[in-house]
Write a protein that binds this ligand. Structure first.
Ligand SMILES: [Zn+2]
Length: 281
């Protein structure tokens, strides 16, 4: 009984250091400094270390622990397959204006209560613990686009931008062991509060897609027919008894309004009969 009780209390956290391998993220501005991928990894590894030392009930899974390329699809697939309780992606930002600096935490939607709570704790701790200027929380609507990892993960998820590598002072800070340790410590404290403080419910079991085509014969999802959609097309094959059994869908939204907006967009691009379909995990 004791063992099953302990297992039940394990909280699984996926830590996702952004970029890696052939994808450097924001490239370093001088050869004395690190690429974004290496800054992300250093902070992520420290965060994992703090959690393993201080929160033994939290199981940590990394999407990468070394300098290697991992696709966004594989990062999300790992977190979904492990049925993680929480997903945190670590990045550093860039701007074409050198004076822009500060941290940002990105979430799918402010209506996702658990993600919003974690993002709030992270921005607070980055300001209080690490003394970073906070630029606040942004969701996909405010940003004007989805981020793959916060869109497709089926658990509360955040993407933290730990600072701007295009701001010389912030880049220097993010390159120091002390700066990385303070950022990791702030993220650790936010996650500790999140795990201990009662996590609000967040429904990511139900999601919405837009069906753009149904046919009796299969169509290549990479077909030119879908070119104008600029969205990944997913094929769903229904039983042979159904006449138009090959269904082609796009999008993955947790809010119906966002799915309707996508439907409207593709209707303007010629897919006039497109409609929204709800899915339940
Ligand atoms: Zn990045």
């Amino acid at each position: 009984m004791g063992t099953s009780q302990a297992q039940k209390n394990v909280f699984t956290l996926v830590i996702d250091p952004g970029h890696g391998g052939s994808d450097p993220g924001k490239a370093r501005q001088s050869r004395h400094l690190a690429h974004e991928k290496d800054v992300n990894l250093a902070i992520a590894l420290k965060l994992g270390q703090y959690i393993r030392q201080n929160l033994p009930s939290v199981q940590v899974i990394f999407t990468r622990e070394k300098d290697e390329y991992v696709s966004l699809e594989d990062r999300v697939e790992l977190a979904n397959r492990k049925k993680a309780d929480c997903f945190i992606s670590i990045h550093a930002n860039a701007s074409n204006r050198a004076q822009v600096q500060g941290t940002e935490t990105h979430i799918y939607s402010r209506s996702q209560a658990a993600s919003l709570r974690l993002a709030t704790l992270i921005e607070e701790e980055l300001r209080a613990r690490a003394g970073r200027p906070s630029r606040g929380i942004l969701d996909a609507r405010e940003r004007g686009q989805n981020l793959y990892v916060t869109q497709y993960t089926r658990m509360p998820s955040v993407l933290v931008e730990t600072g701007y590598l295009t701001h010389p002072k912030e880049e220097a800070y993010l390159n120091t062991a002390n700066g990385q340790a303070l950022i990791a410590s702030a993220l650790f404290r936010a996650l500790r509060s999140y795990c201990q403080g009662g996590i609000p419910p967040e429904n990511r079991q139900r999601y919405y897609r837009v069906q753009v085509l149904a046919t009796s014969r299969p169509v290549d999802v990479k077909s030119k027919y879908f070119d104008d959609l600029d969205e990944k097309v997913v094929e769903i094959i229904n039983p042979a008894s159904e006449a138009y059994r090959y269904k082609y869908l796009i999008g993955h939204e947790f809010e119906i309004e966002r799915a309707r907006a996508l439907q409207k967009k593709v209707a303007q691009r010629g897919f006039k009969d497109a409609f929204v379909v709800a899915f339940e995990e």
